[in-house]
Design a protein. Structure first.
Lengths: 167, 169
């Protein structure tokens, strides 16, 4: 059977950092998947940028549950995509599990990205799912994960980029 | 480059069973994925299907759910409980209709607590359908060596369970 789900790169932080980047992504796959297991030094939204684009070309629609209520939220024409709201690891020292699925990343249409965040803290936390749109028709050649608002990812945060082939 | 999404074991039920267990899971992967296509003897989709790690039924599990049933979205939570929940189609659902569930466990062989992401879809062209996601946390700091998925009623014949290992290098 051909290899259709391949690790492209993985990063485990040896020291705190505000971002993790995967660059020079080949166009040899059909879809991309990012798996991020992270902690942050303060409460922070985990965001992403594609091809280092800082323009207002991102939007998302979010569905989330807090354990007591379910809600949906939208943001348009912003400067980054959305993955999850992470808690301060000093007070909630558990790991956030986040996934990003980027479809037809090498195609010539705008890019749709599904993100999922699991952030249960045994009595608090959230579960989130979002659909993001990056209004850019270029092939994606880099993905940057960001701990927003100047917050750092903690040491041992791990991110892996996989490539998925349709055939 | 090596294929890193590898089938570890599978079980497609030829008769009803209350549980399916994958044991002796090797520690040679980075993450685990369990894919479930199932139908139970319950009357409706319900959270009576549960996941347990390493055979542990102590209060090491917690979870936060968001769930939509076609008319209402809700979120609920349990802390210090004995299982992680999964929603599966019941036997009153449209015939030959099985629900789909994917359970993702990163760093399962590590020494930190285990976050788990679960997504489920139990559509049946009727009411009592369910679409949702579960964020679970298991206060288990040893490697995951077995997974048990069980139901208070039976999983019905044809239900299938596929356990994959994923390597990040």
């Amino acid at each position: 059977m051909p290899a259709t789900y391949e690790p492209i790169a993985t990063t485990t932080l040896g020291s705190a950092a505000s971002s993790i980047s995967f660059s020079s992504i080949s166009s040899a796959y059909t879809d991309l998947r990012v798996v991020l297991v992270c902690q942050t030094a303060s409460n922070a939204n985990i965001a992403f940028r594609l091809n280092s684009d800082t323009g207002t070309n991102y939007s998302y629609t979010l569905l989330y549950g807090t354990g007591t209520s379910a809600a949906s939220f939208r943001d348009t024409s912003i400067t980054r995509g959305y993955i999850i709201a992470a808690d301060n690891a000093a007070t909630s020292p558990n790991w956030n599990l986040c996934t990003m699925d980027i479809f037809s990343y090498a195609g010539s249409t705008n890019k749709t990205i599904l993100t999922n965040g699991s952030n249960d803290k045994n009595g608090s936390g959230t579960v989130e799912a979002a659909v993001n749109l990056w209004r850019n028709a270029s092939a994606i050649n880099s993905v940057t994960l960001l701990a927003w608002n100047g917050v750092n990812f903690n040491t041992d945060t791990t991110a892996t980029l996989y490539g998925i082939k349709a055939a | 480059m090596a294929n890193t999404y590898t089938l570890i074991a599978s079980n497609t039920l030829s008769s009803s069973a209350t549980s399916v267990t994958f044991s002796a899971i090797p520690n040679t992967y980075t993450d685990l994925v369990l894919k479930v296509s199932a139908r139970t003897a319950n009357t409706v989709p319900s959270r009576t299907t549960r996941l347990r790690l390493n055979g542990l039924s102590t209060t090491i599990y917690s979870y936060t759910i968001i769930d939509g049933d076609g008319s209402t979205a809700t979120s609920t939570r349990a802390s210090s409980t004995t299982e992680s929940p999964v929603v599966v189609n019941g036997n009153s659902s449209t015939s030959s209709t099985f629900s789909n569930t994917e359970i993702y466990i990163p760093n399962y062989a590590g020494t930190t607590q285990k976050p788990i992401s679960t997504a489920y879809a139990a559509e049946n062209n009727a009411t009592a359908a369910a679409l949702g996601a579960v964020a679970s946390l298991v206060n288990l700091t040893s490697a995951v060596i077995s997974l048990e998925i069980s139901n208070s009623s039976n999983f019905l014949t044809g239900s299938s369970f596929f356990l994959y290992g994923i390597k990040n290098s």
